[in-house]
Design a protein around this ligand. Structure first.
Ligand code: NAP
Length: 314
């Protein structure tokens, strides 16, 4: 028989949005829990350095997220890391989250589950995952000392991670489908000055091949349709993210891309359910904006708990 635990606010996802929400909710004096399928910290835990979080001119991503967690701890939050969720019921006055051993019952839910790396969807990508295909330069970069690698994408992630990889690799290709990078100018400038980086514009990856590990990447020039083989040992796709909404799809209003729609109070289409950070439809996905979303979502949840009159009591 599963145990039942009761909360005022349950936050799903322990990244910047989740921890910020946890801190504001617990400080609002409501019983708060935070649950994550993985270790706590979210995506920024994998960022080597963060230089645009106000008050911290330069800080490691893991270190910043440790500070977020410590800060939430200060106000008393029940924490459930590495907790697989089997079922979520968002509707109703008392919402439910079921895990292997617990049924959590809660007045409000804040969805802060973030997003995961988008896949290229090309031949060899799945086959060589962990054997030359990696979605985390910081985790795997050191394996590529003096090797040649390719980063796919032209956004901040691709360009920053390509710069990071030059600490190890002898050469890094940045393969981008357009003739202009999407990354911020300051990030672009750093990469353009780095003589270990070669840019292949208007180019898309077509196939990854090798024997035991990656040996070749076939790329195609989208203007000429010409293909060529790059002899490389690693492929790092950084082509954006898709929201982690598997547990909520069909229950909640989402954009065609799957991001959860909210109003300015982080209120979703379901009463008592809020969304914050990368999982929601937002124009900017940064630690600062996720933290801000989390604060707004938590304050909205606390206000809802304080003012909500159950229908049956009317
Ligand atoms: P992103 O900004 O969405 O960029 C994705 C890149 O991949 C784009 O250049 C896109 O090309 C390309 N792309 C998308 N699908 C592709 C496909 N199927 N094949 C080939 N290329 C494809 O993603 P991101 O760089 O991961 O950044 C996500 C968010 O996090 C952004 O808001 C970013 O600013 C933020 N971020 C910030 C920092 C920082 O400030 N330090 C660091 C990392 C990320 P197009 O340009 O043609 O669309």
């Amino acid at each position: 028989m599963k145990q039942e635990l009761f909360y005022d606010v349950i936050i799903l996802g322990a990244g910047p949005a989740g921890f910020s929400a946890a801190m504001y909710a617990a400080r609002g004096n409501v019983k708060t829990a935070i649950i994550d399928i993985n270790m706590f910290g979210g995506q920024p835990s994998n960022y080597l350095e963060i230089e645009n979080y106000p008050g911290f001119p330069l800080i490691g991503g893991f270190e910043l997220m440790e500070k977020f967690e410590e800060h939430a701890d200060k106000f008393g939050v029940d924490k459930f890391p590495m907790t697989e969720i089997q079922r979520v019921m968002l509707e109703g006055e008392l919402k439910e989250i079921e895990t292997s051993d617990t049924i959590f019952k809660t007045k409000t839910i804040i969805i802060a589950t973030g997003a995961k790396a988008k896949k290229l969807g090309i031949k060899g990508e799945d086959e060589f995952k962990g054997r030359g295909v990696s979605y985390c330069a910081i985790c795997d970069g050191a394996f590529y000392k003096d090797k040649i690698v390719a980063v796919i994408g032209g956004g901040n992630s691709a360009v920053e991670e390509a710069c990071y990889l030059t600490k190890f690799a002898q050469k890094v290709f940045i393969i981008h489908r357009r003739n202009e990078l999407r990354a911020d100018k300051i990030v672009q400038e750093r990469a353009l000055k780095n003589n270990k980086i070669e840019f292949l514009y208007n180019t898309v990856p077509v196939e990854i091949s090798g024997t035991n590990t990656v040996e070749k990447l076939i790329v195609k020039d989208i203007n000429t349709n010409e293909t060529k083989e790059l002899e490389i040992s690693g492929v790092f796709p950084y082509i954006g993210f898709i929201p982690n909404t598997e547990n909520f799809n069909a229950q909640i209003k989402q954009t065609p891309q799957g991001f959860i729609e909210t109003d300015e109070n982080m209120q979703t289409s379901i009463e008592g359910v809020y969304a914050a950070g990368d999982v929601r439809n937002t124009p900017l996905r940064q630690v600062i904006t996720s933290a801000s979303d989390g604060a707004i979502a938590a304050c909205s949840a606390v206000k809802y708990i304080e003012t909500h009159i159950p229908v049956k009591a009317l």
